[in-house]
Ligand binder design. Structure first.
Ligand code: GLU
Length: 271
């Protein structure tokens, strides 16, 4: 049994992150398993090592025990190798449209808000690949894998439904992977057997399941936990001014007590 907490060091951790880390930690410990910390630091200049250092202090303050696996920035070659394979198999195609150009397209409404209609399919034949993102040709991908399913410990058996995402970006213009490709490859490489994370990433799992099938990766179980809500019933987030874990820690708050409160779910949980 292996779980993980995979924060992105582009800002401080908040209560919701603490809850997520505790859920993953406790599930692993209850099964005498391993709890991993993976720093997902491929967000260009937004990723800062200072935040990752704070994350380790925050987890220590919450009295969690973890093993740290290599950060994503050290694994870029593995993302490139996987993307090359998908490209060779004709499953990825370049798209050099800017966000603005895409926003002007007649988009279908999709899970991640932006369902790209496949406008750039055929660009590769015209020899355009430099500086382009690579998108997954969802129709070709599904034709190879057929129907897929995945299991969530809370939601139960799910039929994988990646189509609403459209031709999702797997390789960004500026990076050798998108979140979907990097996280999926890393979970496999790290031997994660139970992917624990918040409900906000539930829909992304449809895409991750497809990537696993395409690349012959092992299929874990998922545990998408409820999100913590603030007093107004809104998702806890930095932009709404909830204090970060580092701020709480530095103000002298007791991290062990906070962890206990979170375990007892003394905070409102959303759906
Ligand atoms: N790095 C992602 C984040 O901080 C989480 C990825 C995951 O748990 O799959 O939102």
């Amino acid at each position: 049994m292996v779980t993980r907490f995979a924060p992105s060091p582009n800002g401080p951790l908040h209560l919701g992150h603490a809850y997520s880390a505790i859920v993953a930690h406790d599930l692993a410990k209850a099964a005498s398993g391993r709890f991993l910390l993976r720093i997902e630091d491929i967000d260009g200049p937004r990723s800062k090592p200072e935040f990752a250092d704070e994350f380790r202090r925050d987890l220590e303050w919450l009295a969690l025990e973890w093993e740290e696996v290599p950060a994503q920035s050290t694994r870029l070659d593995t993302y490139t190798a996987a993307a090359d394979e998908l490209l060779q198999r004709g499953l990825l195609y370049p798209c050099d449209l800017t966000r603005k150009q895409i926003a002007a397209l007649p988009l279908r409404k999709g899970n991640d808000g932006l369902t790209y209609p496949g406008t750039s399919r055929g660009l590769a034949q015209r020899g355009v690949t430099d500086g382009a993102a690579l998108r997954l040709d969802i129709d070709r991908a599904l034709a190879q894998t057929g129907d897929l399913s995945w299991f969530d410990e809370i939601a139960g058996e799910m039929k994988a439904d990646p189509r609403p995402f459209g031709d999702v970006v797997l390789v960004r213009k500026d990076l050798p992977a998108s979140y979907h490709l990097a996280a999926t490859l890393d979970d496999a490489r790290d031997g994660v057997t139970l992917v624990t994370r918040g409900m906000d990433l539930f829909e992304a799992t449809h895409i991750h399941r497809l990537i696993q099938a395409l690349l012959g990766l092992p299929v874990p179980t998922w545990h998408h936990h409820k999100l913590l809500l603030d007093a107004n019933g809104e998702k806890l987030a930095k932009r709404r001014g909830s204090p970060s874990l580092a701020e709480r820690r530095l103000s002298g708050e007791d991290g062990v007590m906070l962890a206990e409160q979170l375990r007892m779910q003394n905070f409102e949980l959303g759906t």
